[in-house]
Every structure is written in structure tokens, then in C-alpha cells.
Design a protein around this ligand. Sequence first.
Ligand SMILES: Cc1cc2nc3c(=O)[nH]c(=O)nc-3n(C[C@H](O)[C@H](O)[C@H](O)COP(=O)(O)OP(=O)(O)OC[C@H]3O[C@@H](n4cnc5c(N)ncnc54)[C@H](O)[C@@H]3O)c2cc1C
Length: 244
Amino acid sequence: MMTSMNPESISNPVTLEPTVSGTIPSDALPMTSRSQVKRLAERGHYERALVYEILDEGLICHIGFVIEGQPFVIPTAYGRSGDRLYIHGSPASRMLRALKTQLEVCVTVTLLDGLVLARSAFHHSMNYRSVVIFGQAEVVSSPDEKLTALQSFTEHIIADRWAEVRQPTPQEISGTLVLALPLHEASAKVRTGSPKDDEADYALPVWAGEIPLRLMPLSPIPDPRLPSTIAISPSVQQYTQRAQ
Ligand SMILES: Cc1cc2nc3c(=O)[nH]c(=O)nc-3n(C[C@H](O)[C@H](O)[C@H](O)COP(=O)(O)OP(=O)(O)OC[C@H]3O[C@@H](n4cnc5c(N)ncnc54)[C@H](O)[C@@H]3O)c2cc1C
């Protein structure tokens, strides 16, 4: 049972690291009626830097949209450059074709940081950092911005890869539909720390605490068609070493 019902206030010390682009924006996103965190509002954050940090660490987003009254939530990869979240795919994609008609969308990214084990079943929870974004996506038609978007996808998957690989051809660029979602209306929500049990339950002889979780790469597996003379790229080395 998740403890979204826990009414206790939780402090959220949040450390800001430089984003992938190396800059930490200092402004806050506006809180709107739909982006305002209402349940456990003290876990809500609007600092653009924190929102970007979560977006840059996440790998996939879930895009929610409604077509003729039917809601869909579709997982997809994304990239970020400045104040724009980019998604891309085939021009035949139902999702992208729908989004380019400027449907309202809701995009979420979730980082799972730990399992929170309380003394009671009721207060079990999870530590997380998540972002919810609202807006309308727009088609990116400028070849320069498309290239920026494609670079942001590649660099989002693994930093410093773009410079190691063949660059997209004009045909590949024109054959890819890229949409940009301006990052104007978004919130972050963060839970950290230990379980919050009912005071009387602290006397129970039950182990309680947190199991931290993180996503870790295992040893890279070379493509079967890779000549054995080709060494592992610096980007892959850096990624796997950083995660140790
Ligand atoms: C980690 C990850 C990264 C991805 N990255 C991209 C990307 O960068 N670009 C891209 O275009 N697509 C990506 N996809 C695929 C994406 O989820 C969609 O399948 C794709 O965009 C086609 O969308 P559509 O609406 O045209 O699919 P359609 O085939 O028209 O969808 C029809 C139905 O198929 C089912 N369906 C569609 N996708 C999925 C799914 N992923 N899982 C289960 N059921 C599904 C749903 O019921 C949906 O209503 C990614 C998927 C994952 C899981």
C-alpha cells in the first residue's frame, strides 16, 4: 500500500548538479491550476534546474493524450535542449501524427530511488523524483533545430556519443518527424528519506528502513558484427565506469 495518504510533512533536501548542458537555470516555473502539487504539497518543486536535472537523468517519458475521448499513455525516448523537450519517430506514428495537431499532452518522467519499508503495511512507500509536464507539442521543421534535437536524443542515451558516430544524412533528417514540447508548465515531486510510521508503531519489533535502488549498466556486449580490432568507445567506457 503506497502512503500517499501519509499527512506528515517530509523535508526534501535537494542537491542540484549541473545539467547535461552544463548550466543550472535559476528561475522557477510558474505554478498553474493544473501543475500545482496539492497532495503533500511540500514535496512539490518548481525550480527549473531541478525539473531539468530529473529530465536529464531519466531515460524514457510517458506521453498522455486523448483522441476522440480515448486516453492513451505511450512510452517513448526523449531529449532535452534548453527549454524544449524533443520526441521523435516515424512520420507514420499515430502518436506523433496526433501530437502534431497541437493536442494537449501530459508527459511524465519518473526516477525510482528506493523502496521505503515501514513497520505497518499502510505506511510502505517509495522514494522518487518525478516530473509532470503539460503543453502542446509543435513540429520542428528547421533542419538546424532538427539536428539539435537528434543530437539531444543521442547524447541523452549516452553522453559524448554524438561525436563518435556517423552524423545523420539529409534523408534521415527529413524522414524523421521531430516534435518539441516547450518546458513552460511543469512540476517536480520528490520523496526522500525513511518511513513515516505512526508513533505507536515505532515500538513494534519489525525491521524498517529504505532499500536504495539505482539503474546500473552491466558489462557491454559487442555487436556480433563488430570486428574484434575495434576498441570500446570512450563514451561507453566513461558510462560504465561512472556507474561502478
Ligand atoms: C523505451 C522505449 C523507447 C521508445 N522510443 C521511441 C521513440 O523514440 N520514437 C518512437 O516513435 N517510438 C518509440 N517507442 C515506441 C513507442 O512506445 C510507440 O510504440 C511508437 O511511438 C508508436 O506509437 P503509435 O501511437 O504510432 O503506435 P500504434 O501502433 O498506432 O499504437 C496502437 C496501440 O498499440 C499499443 N502500443 C503502442 N506502443 C506500445 C508500447 N510501446 N508498448 C505496448 N503497447 C504499445 C497500444 O495499445 C496502442 O494504443 C519507444 C518505446 C519504448 C518502450
